[in-house]
Design a protein around this ligand. Structure first.
Ligand code: KG4
Ligand code: ZN
Length: 346
């Protein structure tokens, strides 16, 4: 048995988790997530406030993760900490604390790439969500379409050329006068929207696209956001149109993501589709992907909201994999705002 302590502070969640690993199987013993409320009034994450909030939360959050798992630091074998990508000030809080804990207690440390954590998250509750699979990672900061033949080997097929999917939800929510973060409010409002009232263009999606086209797998959401802005400006009655606009925006974004995910599954003949990141909470997105890949006989695995959004259990899970395959990191381990996923080929 291997006990991994995971620590995640890349954005606005302070999280710590204890994971129990048995070979390739893993069980979450605790997963404490403290969401920072301080950013809400600003309508987006304020980096300096995030770092300060992590500083006050990190010690009690790690303490609670150990307590809830009924273990002490001495029982832990490995510490896994998010070291990229994210807000550097925020990452440094978790990384420095993890290094200090590991150094003081004589533990191995593994720096984990946040998006590799999202890739592993779904397997914590769906044991079949393991390679080979097609992955769609959709969070506030990233939109990545990946083919994964086995853990540690990732083939990047497509990404966003501008806004991430979650970022598009958040920005459009602001245009519609909805609270931050905007994904959930848009999904709820869209449910009562009439899909025929407005229609926005499907960005980078054309029926005659071929694999040779540079935008066959890439996505882009900033033009869609502008289309919503123009429709909001032209609306004579936003109270009447808000739900219809939310629906039209969500339909356009979802159709683009679902079609490109289905293309990838078809090309690589994958029978499993793994979703990850906060936008994977969106039921309409999951349903659209299920519908599109049904003909391929593929199964879609989506994490529950607690594992879809940022959490340390997924970081511990990716750390458990690396602990079994790679040498531990040195004390020089640093934090990076951007970094390719280890094992990523384009
Ligand atoms: O993965 P995540 O927790 O944080 C990042 O790593 O960025 O993702 C947060 C994003 C936010 O943009 C939020 O609006 C979006 O996930 N989100 C959703 C839903 N729930 C959260 N987007 C669409 N539909 C949802 N139900
Ligand atoms: Zn994330």
């Amino acid at each position: 048995m291997t006990l991994v302590l995971g620590i995640e502070t890349s954005c606005d969640e302070t999280s710590a988790a204890v994971l129990e690993g048995h070979g390739s199987a893993a069980r979450v013993r605790s997963n404490i997530i403290l969401s920072q409320d301080v950013h809400r009034v600003f309508g987006g994450v304020v980096p300096e406030l995030a770092s300060r909030a992590h500083l006050t939360a990190i010690v009690p959050v790690v303490g609670r993760a150990l307590d809830e798992a009924s273990v002490s630091l001495g029982d832990i074998d490995t510490i896994a900490v998010t070291h990229a990508p994210g807000l550097v000030g925020a990452l440094l809080v978790g990384l420095c604390y993890a290094k200090a804990l590991a150094f003081g207690a004589g533990k191995r440390i593994f720096g984990v790439h946040h998006m590799e954590g999202h890739l592993f998250a779904t397997s914590l509750e769906h044991p079949d969500a393991v390679p080979p699979f097609t992955a769609l990672l959709v969070s506030g900061g990233h939109t990545l379409l990946i083919d994964c033949p086995r853990w540690g080997h990732y083939h990047l097929l497509g990404a966003t050329r501008d806004d991430a999917a979650g970022e598009a939800f958040d920005k459009v929510a602001k245009l519609l006068g909805l609270p931050y973060p905007g994904g959930r409010p848009i999904e709820q409002l869209a449910a009562s929207g009439d899909p025929t009232r407005f229609r926005f263009p499907r960005p980078m999606l054309r029926r005659n696209q071929t694999r040779a086209d540079a935008d066959y797998y890439d996505v882009s959401f900033s033009g869609l956001k502008t289309a919503v802005l123009l429709a909001v400006r032209a609306s004579p009655d936003m109270d009447a149109d808000r739900a219809h606009l939310a629906r039209a925006f969500q339909d356009a974004l979802i159709e683009t993501l679902a079609e490109k995910t289905a293309r990838a599954a078809r090309e690589f003949k994958r029978q499993r589709i793994v979703l990850g990141g906060g936008v994977a909470c969106n039921r309409a997105l999951t349903a659209a992907i299920v519908e599109r890949v049904a003909a391929l006989g593929a199964v879609v695995y989506a994490p529950s909201p607690r594992l879809a959004t940022d959490n340390a259990a997924m970081i511990a899970r990716a750390g458990l994999f690396h602990a079994g395959h790679d040498a531990a990191h040195s004390w020089n381990l640093n934090a990076y705002a951007t970094l390719p996923i280890p094992g990523l080929a384009t």
